[in-house]
Design a protein around this ligand. Structure first.
Ligand code: NAG
Ligand code: NAG
Length: 244
């Protein structure tokens, strides 16, 4: 194809100028663009490109029977009476592990002190520690004995432990979440709110209670609150996901 040299240069020049314009607009609105557009493009490309490869999705999916099993491991420690109070504002699950005695104790005596909350803030909050089985107990019988004894003692003293018979590992965190939903449905459906926290966090309960009471006054339904990870697609590497 034959092209006039001067016209090409002019065309290039125009391209360059328009490119600069777009770039400067982008730079000016960078914060906005960064949070909204970029993350959405990322998220949508994952949703429509990666997820449309059937062979990837199939290799990662589980059957409904398998999925049902994840939520139905038998209880080893349980206390069905935790929610016997009528007017419970919040059922606060704290994801813990069998060995984290000291963390649980720290929570009970600080931000998770139920009687303090009841007297100072005038609301009923139930703090329940959820866990699986220490991953080493099957290979170490001494550890198993100690763990069992200590946990049982703690269970008798505080009555705030719920343990199911699955290995307490990072990749079984999904199972731990299912445990929370199941337990709530079985034993605490009347709670106004449910929260899932960790045993290494601090929760400012006066602020949280004020926020929840506001929501309750407005009679909100079907509300989920949390940090939205925009443009944070699921990790599709097979070795990064393993359950059961
Ligand atoms: C919880 O707070 C009450 C005061 O309301 C206090 O008497 C009690 O010792 C505290 N519990 C723990 C485990 O620190
Ligand atoms: C999750 O728990 C189940 C039941 O104990 C166990 O068979 C499985 O290996 C655990 N999965 C992981 C990834 O630890």
């Amino acid at each position: 194809m034959f092209m006039n040299c001067r016209r090409v240069k002019k065309w290039h020049f125009l391209q360059l100028v328009s490119m600069c314009c777009v770039m400067s607009v982008l730079m000016v609105c960078w914060d906005h663009v960064d949070n909204q557009v970029v993350s959405h493009v990322k998220s949508y490309s994952y949703r429509y490109l990666i997820n449309s490869y059937d062979f990837i999705s199939k290799s990662l999916s589980v059957s409904p029977e398998q999925a049902a099993r994840f939520g139905s491991y038998p209880y080893l420690l349980n206390n069905k009476d935790i929610c016997k109070d009528k007017d419970i504002l919040l059922l606060l699950f704290v994801k813990s592990s069998p060995g984290n005695f000291r963390r649980r104790q720290a929570i009970r005596s600080t931000w998770g002190n139920e009687s303090y909350i009841r007297h100072k803030l005038g609301v009923i909050i139930k703090v329940v520690f959820v866990m699986g089985v220490h991953p080493d107990v099957h290979t170490d019988s001494l550890l198993q004995k100690i763990m069992h004894k200590e946990l049982f003692k703690e269970h008798m003293n505080h009555g705030d432990l719920v343990q199911q018979d699955f290995l307490d590992t990072f990749h079984n965190l999904t199972v731990k979440l299912l445990l929370q939903f199941r337990w709530m449905h079985e034993n605490c459906v009347h709670t106004h709110f449910l929260m899932s926290a960790d045993d290494d966090v601090f929760i400012h309960l006066p602020n949280l209670v004020r926020y929840l009471q506001d929501l309750r006054r407005q009679n909100v339904r079907n509300l989920w609150v949390g940090h939205v990870h925009r443009g944070s697609p699921p990790i599709r590497r097979r070795d990064s996901f393993q359950i059961g």
